[in-house]
Structures are given as C-alpha cells and as structure tokens.
Design a protein around this ligand. Structure first.
Ligand code: A2P
Length: 278
C-alpha cells in the first residue's frame, strides 16, 4: 500500500511517498489534532517549517503518538529570510528544540529569497546556509538536506560552491502547474521533487478534465490530483484538517492509465501557473 511505500534519496535514505503537510495549520489544538489524526491514520512523513510556527504542536503530537522515532520521517525548513551560516545553525537548533525529536530527517532551505523580497539575489547567503546544513548533515543531526522553491539557477551555485547536490527540492506542483524546467533539472540530477499544494490548495478540484477522470476511476478529484503527483515520481504533501480527508488523501492505491496522464498533462490554468506560493 502507498502509505508503506518509500522513495529512495540519492544518499540511500528512504522517504515515505506521501507526506502530511502542515502549512497554514494553526499552532496549538489544530496542529496537534491534525498531526495526531494523520499519524493514527498511517502517515509516516510529517512536513512542517519554523515559519509555520506549529513545530511545537507537531512535535508534541509525534511524541504522544508513541510511534517509534525511526519509523517516522520529519521534514522542517530554514526560514526564507535567514541567509547566514550562524543564522542557519541557530534556526536549525530552534526547530530541533521545538520538535524535540532527536534529529531531523530532511531539512530544507525554505526559499531562495525572503518571502518579503521575492526574486532578490541571495546566492551568497544561500551558499552560507547550505554550508551550515552540510555540517549538520555530516554531524548526523540531519539525514538529508535540500531546498524548496529553488529553480536550477538557485541550485547550481550551491553545487558549484560545495560539490553537494541537494537531496530534494520541494516546489509548488500540481496538475496544470508542473514547473517542467525545475522538474526536468531535478530528475536529471537525482533530486527528489516534492509536490507542495498538490490540490492547488483546493483550487483544481472543480476542473472539468479532472472531474471527468475522477468519474472514470470512481474516486474523488483530490485522489486524482494526488495520484498524478505520484505518477510523475514526485512526493505529494496534501494538507487537511478534516479526518475523512486526511484518511482519503493517503488511500491512493490505484494507477492512472497513460492516456489519462496525457490528458492531465495538458490541463492548463494560467491563473494557477505560478512558480511558488506567496
Ligand atoms: P481542509 O483543511 O479544510 O480539509 P493543498 O494540500 O494543495 O495545499 O490543499 C489543501 C486544501 O485542500 C485545504 O483547503 C484543504 O481543506 C483542502 N483539501 C484537502 N484534502 C481535500 C480533499 N480530499 N477533498 C477536498 N478538499 C481537500
């Protein structure tokens, strides 16, 4: 079953194929309850970020689940405005303290620029942060490191400066917004693409093409959207605060036919075709 399946990162680390996303999940009861539900329903991979301000609640839900730490995969992220070596180390230790889970499985640079100044050239700062992350990785505090919202022009300088290729790039990816240039670059360089907003935050679920295919497979449009990400070899991070949806989003044990994937490949909604979420 998909909930037990993993991708293998370029360093050999196994990463569960579907993650439970916690963006916009409020700290406190909402984060605690939804992560607790997700863990109870079988999610093995939880994705959070220092910027989501819910790490403490996420960590508490993980601890209270009593699931063995080594059976879980926890991703968190370096805030987008922190672009120094010292700042990266400090932010990582803060996340580790909040999550209180011993080590982080995957640590990502949240964005190539601060969200307050999208497009700013932060190459120097990204390299500094990347060096700090490589050290934390070599010390065994992180099992894999990567980036988020990075395009090839942001990734290349990191590799040139350090020789260290990110293990993953988490990008906004869903039917009609597949960021082909980033996707192909990652595939060519053995970088796992993680798909955030696989449901376009709910905005693609009424698309006529998706509805038609959902009817054909007798599943919901949300399942088609999540399955599409898996068919593309990406790792979807669906988010929900409702138990029945959290459950349904992990039950993706069907396959899309090639002809239907081709139809979905052609879906295009220019309004949704943004590269990142802000
Ligand atoms: P809710 O949290 O109220 O369930 P994305 O993962 O692309 O960011 O999308 C998340 C959005 O999609 C949330 O608003 C969530 O709402 C909604 N959502 C999550 N799962 C489903 C589902 N299975 N069916 C319909 N909407 C969903």
């Amino acid at each position: 079953m998909i909930k037990d399946e993993c991708y293998v990162l370029s360093n050999g680390v196994k990463i569960p194929k579907i993650a439970f996303g916690t963006w916009q999940v409020k700290p406190g009861d909402e984060a605690y309850n939804s992560v607790s539900m997700a863990l109870k329903l079988g999610y093995k991979h939880i994705d959070t970020a220092l910027a989501y301000e819910n790490e403490e609640s996420v960590g508490k839900a993980i601890k209270d689940s009593k699931i063995k730490r080594e059976e879980l995969f926890i991703t968190t992220k370096l805030p987008s405005h922190i672009k120094t070596y010292e700042g990266a180390k400090e932010a990582f230790m803060t996340s580790l303290k909040y999550l209180d889970c011993g080590y982080i499985d995957l640590y990502l640079i949240h964005a190539p620029w601060p969200w307050s100044n999208v497009g700013e050239d932060c190459t120097k700062g990204n390299i500094e942060a990347w060096k700090a992350m490589i050290e934390l990785y070599n010390e065994g505090l992180i099992r894999a490191i990567g980036v988020s919202n990075f395009r090839p022009e942001h990734i290349k300088p990191l590799v040139e400066a350090t020789g260290f290729v990110p293990h993953a790039d988490q990008i906004r990816f869903f039917i009609g917004n597949t960021q082909d240039e980033v996707y192909n670059y990652c595939k060519e360089n053995n970088i796992l693409v993680e798909a955030y907003s696989p449901l376009a935050t709910g905005n693609i679920l009424n698309s006529p093409e998706i509805l038609k295919i959902a009817e054909k497979y007798n599943v919901t449009p949300a399942k088609i959207a999540i399955r599409y990400c898996l068919e593309k070899g990406t790792l979807p991070l669906p988010k929900s605060t409702h138990e029945e949806r959290i459950k349904a989003n992990l039950e993706i044990d069907f396959e899309l036919k090639e002809e239907d994937i081709k139809i979905l490949d052609k879906v295009h909604n220019p309004e949704l075709d943004r590269k990142f979420r802000s």
